[in-house]
Structure formats: structure tokens, C-alpha cells
Design a protein around this ligand. Sequence first.
Ligand SMILES: Cc1cc2nc3c(=O)[nH]c(=O)nc-3n(C[C@H](O)[C@H](O)[C@H](O)COP(=O)(O)OP(=O)(O)OC[C@H]3O[C@@H](n4cnc5c(N)ncnc54)[C@H](O)[C@@H]3O)c2cc1C
Length: 329
Amino acid sequence: MEFRLSDTQRALVGSVRELAQGKFRQRGLRWMDGTFPWENIRELASLGVLGMSVPEEYGGMGLPVFETALVLEEIAKVCYPTAMAVLGEAGVQTRVIAKYAPESIRSRILPQVCSGDCILSICMTEPHAGTDVANYRTNAVIKGDRVVVNGAKTLISRAEEAGMFVVFTRIDGRPGREGIGCVLVERGTPGLEVTGTYHTMGGENLHEVQFRDCEVPLENLVLREDGFKRLLSAFNTQRCLNPSISLGLAEGAFDETLRYVRDRTIFGKPIGEFQGARWKLADMYKDIEAARGLLYRACMTADPFPDPFLAATAKVFCNEMAIRVTNEA
Ligand SMILES: Cc1cc2nc3c(=O)[nH]c(=O)nc-3n(C[C@H](O)[C@H](O)[C@H](O)COP(=O)(O)OP(=O)(O)OC[C@H]3O[C@@H](n4cnc5c(N)ncnc54)[C@H](O)[C@@H]3O)c2cc1C
């Protein structure tokens, strides 16, 4: 297996790195209060990277999982809220629209995803059920050519900015995991309301979203009941993109640590010349490179979706590694 980047991959990473290191790094603290990083998003849109997961016929780049992970890693090195915002445009919600929405929705929404004019929000988690999908209570009832959604979602990213909510919901009250499908709800639909905001340590705001008799056209029902099972393989992509942000975070923390131990002197020499500090740095480096190996290997199995075991392993390892490395930093 070859881990060397191709010239095209290097060029892509290089242009994102230049923007991130040149501009995003200085602006990093601006978004820590939950402010959405619109300025960064517009600049990334002009590079084309918001359309990484959008097929080329809708103005996107249609990139494989590996390239998408490399871009997110680069952004996360300097700005976690921006990386999370880009994940919103490059994540599973875009793939759901690209694969399952009717042409009328695809051709209207996907070009706006590329330009950053339509931010996407994915609504899965409910107040009483996160991982436990089989117990979701949100329900969508089909009434002729309309679908009426009722329920509450929580811990939802980008709900204040989203133009489109990709909502995983029970269809016609059918019980269990098999009863879960997906409905697209656009901002401005009567009955859709953002009712709560939780500020997170990472800077990003998460929200509670209510759907009260939210009525949308039947074409917005993009996955009928039992559709969720088909979607599970697409979630393995998310299991590679999420840890790419953790990898970037750890690398960013490591870079800052190196700068500090070289600059800060004590007892007449830089901290980095003491063996105790060097051992820590060696452990951090080892952890980062082990995570990179797992993640890149998982990404490279994607055809189009990554191997589920490698993707899950990479996700757990990278996320836990990022906690260890940032704590040490
Ligand atoms: C930064 C951030 C952004 C997020 N953005 C979104 C978003 O945009 N959209 C969205 O829908 N959600 C989002 N979430 C929510 C996230 O997806 C949920 O946290 C996740 O689904 C887990 O749900 P939960 O927190 O309810 O915990 P759960 O996974 O439901 O766990 C609840 C409890 O059960 C335990 N548990 C879980 N599984 C098992 C098991 N198999 N056996 C025994 N015990 C178990 C857990 O340890 C925990 O104590 C976000 C979360 C974060 C932190």
C-alpha cells in the first residue's frame, strides 16, 4: 500500500493549507463564541472545496473520501469550527441529497452547497435517543402529496445557519429501526423552529430543533421506511471524515507545542532540550502517526464507502488520540 500523495492531491492540500495557515489561523478565536465562520466558508467556496462531495454535474468536485479527509485535516489544524462547518457540506447529508433526492431538489440545492449559500444540517439525535436509532420518536405522516413531520431533535450543528435540514424520522409510525426514513425540510417551513442553543468547548453551537406539523411536499421524502439500513454504509464515510478533524486538531496542537518548547527557555535553555519534554513529544508524535496510518488506510478502502471495521477503528482511535495529544500539549 502506497501512502505517498499524488501531485493532484498535493496541489489540493497545498492550496487549502495556504489559506488555512495564512488566514484561518489568525481568525481562530473569533468563532469560539459560536459565531459561524462565514468569512472562512466563503473563501473555501471560492477554492471549490465545499463541493467536495457534490457530483461534478452539479458543480462539485466529486472527490473520494481520502481527498475529503485530507482537506478537513488541513483546516482542523488551525480552526475546528471551520472544519466542522465544512464537514456539514461534505458529509453524509450531501451524499443523501446527491443520491436519493429527486432531480428538482438536487439541481436546486447542490450548486448552493458548493457556493456555501445552502448550509446543510443533519438531524438524527433526539433528547432521549442518540445511538439508539430504533427508538427515535420523530414521525412523518404521508398525507396524499404532502408529508407532515412532528418531533424534536437535539445537539444539532449549524441549525441557525442551515438552509436545508436532512431529518431522519420514523415514517407513518412504523416501529423499530426498519421504520426510519429521511425527509428534507427547508428553512422557513412553518412549524420548524430552533428552540435551544448549547455552546460547546470546541466553540461550535449545537441546537434543539422542533418540528410541529411541519408540512413538506412528498418529493422531500427521500428515503422511505427501511431506507436507513441502506444508508448505513454511507455512514462509514462519516466515520472517516470525523476522525480526520481529530487528526488535524492533534497535529495543530503538536505544532504549537513544538513552537513553544523551542521558544520558551528555563534554567538557561529551551524547554525542548530537557529529556522529560522530549519523551512527551515523542509519545505525541507516535500517537499522531499511528492514527494517521489507521485513518488513511480506512479512507483508501473506500469504493465508494470505506470498510466498516477499519472506519470504526480509525474513528475511535483518532478521537481518543486527539484527547491525549491536546491534553499533553
Ligand atoms: C460536537 C457535536 C456535534 C454534533 N452534531 C450533531 C448533528 O449535527 N446532528 C445530530 O443528529 N447529532 C449531532 N450530535 C450528536 C451525536 O451524534 C450524539 O452525541 C450521538 O448520536 C450519541 O448520542 P447521545 O449523546 O445521546 O449518547 P448515546 O450514544 O445515546 O449514549 C447514551 C448513553 O448510553 C451509553 N451507551 C451508548 N451505547 C451503548 C451500548 N451499546 N452499550 C451500553 N451503553 C451504551 C453511553 O455511554 C451514554 O452514557 C453532535 C454531537 C457533538 C458532540
